[in-house]
Design a protein around this ligand. Sequence first.
Ligand code: NAD
Length: 252
Amino acid sequence: MSQPALQRVAVVTGGIGGLGTEICRQLAQAGRKVVAVDLAARDERIAAFRQELASFDGAITFEAADVSDFDSCQQLTTRIEQQHGSVDILVNAAGITRDASLRKMSPQQWHELMRVNLDGVFNMCRNVVEGMTARGFGRIVNISSVNGQTGQFGQTNYSAAKAGVHGFSMALARETARKGVTVNTVSPGYCDTPMVAAVSAEIRQQIIADIPVGRLGTPADIARAVSFLGADDAGYITGANLPVNGGYFMSF
Ligand code: NAD
């Protein structure tokens, strides 16, 4: 992979999460200046994140913002531009679940999830895309999910938002393609992270039995795909979805 001529600034939302932390690490290893963005309220995790990635010596920093809040994202973008430079790479990995079968799902569970998982993608992209197109370079990678591709019991909200993320990405890819900005999604399958650890041991075993590769995905598996799509020389891949699911759901 060719080294970028200048140090690009990469922003990773959900940056202190199970997948986000490893995405930050791999982007920093690829020579990016990384800003991890997450909720301010997660004090303990923020401290642990700083310790885990201390060896990167300032190449990874933390900024607090709520992606569900447009103004918070606008202020975040201004702060990052002042402190680190223009945003060249945006990875939208912030996400939540609010599982319930539709008969039992409250409007609050629906709206809370949409505000983070779908509005969050709009709020961040809307604030950085103009700068990217003006400078003629940008890489946007939105984290979707295999459950957005297949639908999942108890996840009408999550599946709708994640399918929506890919529709959004394809539309934005068309709007920015001539300006050097690519927009893609990565759709992880089931990964060994706190989100999946919350599932009962019995269901976990069932899930693993259905994965052709025979194991859960690792954060490194997902970060590899993000780093690939975020590379300077990945400019001819846009509007694509890259599934990283161990063969759990195969399609073309
Ligand atoms: P995680 O819960 O470990 O990380 C998500 C992060 O998003 C957390 O750090 C959380 O604090 C942050 N976040 C939540 N709401 C936020 C907000 N309003 N503003 C800013 N940050 C906010 O989950 P993860 O496993 O790392 O998942 C990362 C992404 O990958 C999510 O979008 C998730 O839907 C998707 N995904 C995960 C899996 C999996 O198996 N773990 C599978 C498919 C897709």
